[in-house]
Write a protein that binds this ligand. Structure first.
Ligand code: ADE
Ligand code: ZN
Length: 339
């Protein structure tokens, strides 16, 4: 029996490797938290929100996204945000989620690690039991702030280093190249953590190369512009460094004008380990399965291409070898059952 594209995609065991927890704040929860915490927000209806979410580039999105985070105040707020995301991801077939959070967005307004970390961790522990999803956290440094501020942010997290998978780098990409954050990534490496970074979303391929050379990253978040540098593409293929691509995000932020122009399939066909992810699903019109479906339709991907993307995602997680092998066998069974 041939199932619909949506049902096939949702059933594929997969990993989400590029999602910002603050980017999963749905308008309904934003309204609820604004009320709960008596925080003023510039919207009164879902239509106001929809009208505001029309972005022209990364910065126009970030301005709205940081402002919305002000409704997150208590430990329970962070719990609710994380729990809602994990439930939603599990419904899309996500077995493993490696989730970004931006501590400086919260510490900068007086909400400390002692508030958000217990909320995130309690939700992860509860939802692992409730829906069987495995999840971990990646602390992202905000690159519009200084390298020294990033080091301080990592030190402030010391009570939670053992509960982190790694560190990442996000926010306004240009003109903030990766090498400015080399010291902050070195601190994380010494603490035994893994490393990823946003690069080549709006910034040039040289930022991707710099993230590999100066930060020692094991995955590149986005990496769309890597294709402009032949040597870099060869390096990505040879080193098997995955790209965590987010097609609906790229469309919403004007990285490309049409999804049909996305280079995900071209890069995959050249041997780059490409994955599909959601980035900020509450803002860009879709969770991970929506991204798979949209890109499948736009680029005419086969079911075997979709299974390959899911396989890449499971191989690219920072989970134990045993866990990865278990999810990959589940994927093999699923693929064989839908041949
Ligand atoms: N923070 C949240 N989403 C982001 C993106 N797409 N690029 C950079 N920083 C981000
Ligand atoms: Zn991102």
């Amino acid at each position: 029996m041939t199932v619909s594209l949506e049902s096939y995609v949702k059933g594929l065991p997969k990993a989400e490797l590029h999602v910002h927890i603050e980017g999963t704040l749905e308008p309904d929860l934003m309204f609820e938290l604004a009320k709960r915490n008596s925080v003023e927000i510039p919207y009164s209806t879902v239509d106001d929100v929809a009208a505001a979410y029309s972005f022209v580039d990364l910065q126009s999105f970030l301005d709205i996204y940081y402002e919305a985070a002000s409704v997150l105040v208590t430990e329970q707020d962070f719990y609710d945000l994380m729990a809602a995301y994990l439930r939603r991801a599990a419904a899309d077939g996500v077995r493993r989620a490696e989730i970004f959070f931006d501590p400086q967005t919260h510490t900068g307004r007086g909400v400390g690690y002692d508030i958000f970390m217990p909320g995130f961790l309690r939700a992860i522990d509860d939802l692992e039991g409730e829906v069987g999803i495995s999840a971990g956290l990646i602390l992202c440094y905000l690159r519009h702030l200084s390298g020294e501020a990033a080091c301080e942010t990592f030190r402030e997290a010391s009570a939670y280093h053992h509960r982190l998978l790694g560190v990442g780098l996000d926010s306004s990409e240009v003109p903030n190249p990766p090498q400015l954050f080399a010291d902050a990534f070195e601190l994380a490496r010494v603490a035994g953590l893994r490393a990823v970074a946003h690069a080549g979303e709006e910034g040039p391929p040289a930022y991707v190369t710099a993230a590999l050379d100066h930060l020692g990253v094991e995955r590149i978040d986005h990496g769309v512009r890597s294709e402009e540098d032949e040597v870099l593409v060869g390096r990505l293929v040879e080193s098997e460094v995955p790209l965590t691509m987010c097609p609906l995000s790229n469309l919403a932020l004007g990285v490309l004008d049409r999804l049909q122009d996305h280079n995900l399939k071209r890069l995959m066909d050249r041997g780059v380990k490409v994955t599909v992810n959601s980035d900020d699903p509450a803002y860009f019109g879709g969770y991970i399965a929506d991204n798979y479906v949209a890109v499948a339709e736009a680029l005419d991907l086969s079911r075997s291409d979709l299974a390959q993307l899911a396989r890449h995602s499971l191989e690219a997680t920072f989970a134990s070898w045993e866990d990865r092998a278990g999810w990959i066998s589940e994927l093999d069974v699923y693929v064989a059952g839908h041949a």
